[in-house]
Design a protein around this ligand. Structure first.
Ligand code: NCD
Length: 307
């Protein structure tokens, strides 16, 4: 039994610093095991259900890879219209049903708070893989893991979060998780897409220095880590407003000349045009390494929750 056994993973603020250290140390062991092609069977006999009511490539596939790498099996729903939700079934009833089939449930859903609703419907662990414009706590763990690998530490770093900070669930969870470290933040967004005040308040409570700006060029000179995000088209009620903002920030190789040579460039992906492809082969372009880190980090989470 570990402290995390049978727990849900719903929000980034639920993790203590000890939890974070435990999960990421375990992830590092799994990364080494994967590299040495060692087969693992810790979760043999267990079943993970992945229920995705919104599109996903990385999150769903890396959870499924993680479960299978640990010897477990998966049940997957990747299209909401294939479930009884399209017949009017409530999320509560869907989860009560899946409770009968699986040992843990990963859910992505368009509504903020949906993972909490799911967690109330089952005693089994529920993992929030994105609740609308709310949170994405497992992504923030792999983001932190990536920062620590690329920069050798998190403490002391200046981290710029750029783009749609209002609707971007990955940055909500990451700002929350990093508030447990001695970082400073640059929140770079258009005025109408600023970081929600609740999250800014949490950062302030922790005594973390932060600045809000619309100017990416300004942030580029100071940042150790630059975390780009997509403008979240699906969260806009007004298509014209999306069109006005969609090209707000495009990071190019030329612009990075101003940055520290040691800068790490991250993105939760998918990218639209926020990072020009000419950035991809720079040594600091970490976004595909970041997505690969999803497997060992999710292995660690599943192992700690299910074993
Ligand atoms: C993101 C998501 O779905 O929140 N991607 C991910 O999970 N890696 C980011 C996005 O959709 O922009």
């Amino acid at each position: 039994m570990t402290r995390l056994s049978k727990k849900d993973v719903l929000r980034a603020d639920q993790f203590t610093r000890d939890d974070i250290d435990l999960i990421l140390a375990r992830a590092s062991e799994y990364e080494a095991a994967l590299a040495s092609k060692r087969e693992l069977d810790l979760l043999r006999g267990k079943i993970l259900a992945t229920l995705f009511f919104e599109p996903s490539t990385r999150t769903r596939l890396s959870f499924e890879a993680a479960m299978q790498r640990l010897g477990g099996r998966i049940l997957t729903v990747s299209e909401a219209k294939s479930t009884s939700a399209s017949k009017g079934e409530t999320l509560h009833d869907t989860i009560r049903t899946v409770d009968g089939y699986a040992d843990a449930i990963v859910i992505r859903h368009p509504d903020i708070g949906s993972a909490e609703v799911a967690a109330r419907a089952t005693a089994k662990p529920v993992l929030n893989a994105g609740d609308g414009a709310g949170e994405h706590p497992t992504q923030s763990l792999l983001d932190l893991y990536t920062i620590q690998k690329e920069q050798r530490k998190a403490d002391g770093l200046t981290i710029a979060l750029v783009g749609d900070l209002k609707h971007g669930r990955t940055v909500h969870s990451l700002a929350t998780l990093l508030s447990q470290f001695k970082v400073s933040f640059l929140f770079v967004s258009p005025q109408t897409l600023r970081m929600p005040r609740g999250i800014v308040g949490r950062v302030q409570e922790r005594g973390i220095a932060f600045r809000e700006t619309e100017d990416l060029g300004h942030a580029l000179g100071e940042a150790d880590v630059i975390y780009m995000t997509r403008i979240q088209r699906e969260r806009f009620a007004d298509a014209a407003e999306y069109d006005r903002l969609k090209d707000a920030y495009v990071l190019t190789r030329a612009a990075l000349v101003k940055a520290k040579p040691s800068i790490t460039v991250m993105h939760p992906l998918p990218r639209v045009n926020e990072i020009a492809v000419d950035v991809d082969d720079l040594p600091g372009a970490a976004y595909f390494r970041q997505s690969a880190n999803g497997v060992p980090v999710r292995m660690a989470l599943l192992a700690l929750l299910l074993s």
